[in-house]
Design a protein around this ligand. Structure first.
Ligand SMILES: Nc1ncnc2c1ncn2[C@@H]1O[C@H](COP(=O)(O)OP(=O)(O)OP(=O)(O)O)[C@@H](O)[C@H]1O
Ligand SMILES: [Mg+2]
Length: 163
């Protein structure tokens, strides 16, 4: 395993968990991700969906009776984009169960597919949660064509003089 590197670029957002901020977070992360030439339009759409689902969950489930704080942290590394969505809400008692397709605590209202989409559209996903303390959804989209994934990488495209 390689040593932990510093990101090439990063940003963080913090906002109240209002429904209007779901599309704000989705568009902002996608605009940041668009600086990565290797990402295809499909990759950017995957990222949009995953951010949307994770932030929606924070808005709907973490703070069911109130509006609480949500943070989104994004870091670009030579071979991957890492995205963390953090809330300090009620937490998930059983994360494995929550990840199961169609599991929802709001049956009849929700489909229970958000976390399934997150896992489908991102390359790595880790959900950590403590009841009463909050939830962190950490997800990674690998850059296509990087060394770790069989090719060049952003480090080979940025900051090098043309041959
Ligand atoms: N941030 C969170 N805080 C508390 N509970 C959560 C959080 N995210 C997910 N959950 C729990 O995990 C369950 C499954 O989440 P998932 O996103 O897969 O489905 P859903 O939100 O219920 O439905 P859908 O995403 O299809 O609208 C939720 O019903 C909720 O109980
Ligand atoms: Mg959901």
């Amino acid at each position: 395993m390689s040593a932990e590197q510093d990101p090439i670029n990063r940003f963080s957002l913090s906002f109240p968990g209002l429904p209007a901020n779901v599309s704000f977070a989705r568009a902002t992360v996608a605009a940041f991700a668009a600086q990565v030439d290797q990402f295809t339009l499909e990759d950017l759409e995957d990222i949009r969906i995953a951010v949307s689902e994770a932030v929606s969950n924070a808005v709907i489930h973490a703070y069911p009776q109130s509006v609480g704080p949500v943070e989104v942290e994004v870091a670009l590394f030579p071979d991957r984009l890492e995205i963390k969505v953090v809330d300090h809400g009620r937490g998930i008692p059983d994360v494995e169960q929550a990840k199961t397709p169609t599991f929802t605590t709001l049956p009849g209202e929700r489909m229970g597919l958000g976390l399934t989409f997150v896992q489908t559209y991102m390359d790595e996903v880790t959900i950590s949660s403590r009841p009463g303390m909050g939830t962190t959804v950490w997800m990674v989209k690998k850059l296509p064509g990087t060394l770790a994934n069989g090719g060049g990488g952003i480090g080979t495209a940025v900051g090098r003089p043309a041959p």
